[in-house]
Design a protein around this ligand. Structure first.
Ligand SMILES: [Fe+2]
Length: 255
């Protein structure tokens, strides 16, 4: 477990950076990692900590893994945004809307998921979840790229001095701004990449997605994974919304 500042700590479960806000034994967790791992439980027991609540940045499978186990073991409350709860399909335990008032601050950063949020501890450490990503992924998942871009732009002006990215570690404000700018540039690049596939002809929309994924070096095998194609299609629809592409009867063409 790594100490960040004040009562705020972090630990890594699988590939996810978990937040812990510790007061005496009482601990508020921010996300719980992937899979029904007992690792989170072991960390809590090792440090004699008692989870009173879990706050999820969003309800994707790699953020809610130990939710149910911890809720069943300790009876802790689980919180997330109302929209995220309505949209959930994972096994996240019983989740209720964010508490009103209280010492944590919630910042709506939608786009990666329907109502993704950042969670700020009373020490001013901002857990950004998956609102921005490291360079590891060839095509970061966003449900709604336009909203994700607006959220990244919002991150550029957040006032905190310390940030935690779920799959990339701890950063200061200058570093997180650079990462957000880099994510924004990549989104621009993805758009240009899609538009460059057209040379005056119309192309089947699914074919555009496949060619786009090919151009990023994503194997055909990976392209069979639903979320990979979904997020490629989301970028294509974004260009349609911006009136850069027209989609008619399953074919896309430049406007
Ligand atoms: Fe996610």
């Amino acid at each position: 477990m790594d100490h960040i500042i004040g009562n705020t700590y972090t630990t890594t479960i699988g590939n996810a950076q978990i937040g812990l806000y510790i007061t005496g034994r009482d601990t508020v967790l921010i996300d719980t990692g992937r899979g029904e791992s007992t690792t989170m439980l072991a960390v809590l027991r090792e440090h004699d900590l008692y989870p009173t609540a879990i706050i999820n940045t969003h309800l994707h499978i790699d953020h809610i893994g130990s939710n149910k186990l911890l809720q069943e073991t300790y009876g802790c409350a689980i919180y997330c945004t109302s929209e995220e709860i309505k949209d959930k399909d994972g096994n996240s335990g019983i989740v209720q809307p964010n508490p009103v008032g209280g010492p944590f601050r919630f910042i709506a950063l939608p786009g990666h998921s329907i109502a993704h949020q950042a969670v700020v501890t009373p020490d001013g450490v901002c857990f950004l979840g998956d609102a921005v990503m490291s360079k590891g992924s060839k095509l970061p998942y966003h449900l709604d790229p336009a909203k994700a871009i607006a959220s990244m732009e919002q991150i550029l002006s957040l006032p905190y001095s310390c940030y935690v990215l779920s799959h990339a570690g701890i950063y200061d404000s200058a570093q997180v701004r650079r990462i957000a700018e880099d994510n924004l540039r990549r989104e621009d690049h993805f758009q240009s990449q899609i538009l460059s596939l057209f040379d005056g002809r119309k192309i089947k929309t699914e074919k555009v997605a496949a060619l786009f994924l090919d151009s990023l070096g994503i194997s055909r095998e990976k392209q069979d994974i639903k979320w990979v194609t979904d997020t490629a299609m989301a970028r294509i629809r974004q260009l349609e919304d911006q009136k850069k592409l027209a989609i008619r009867e399953g074919y896309a063409s430049l406007v």
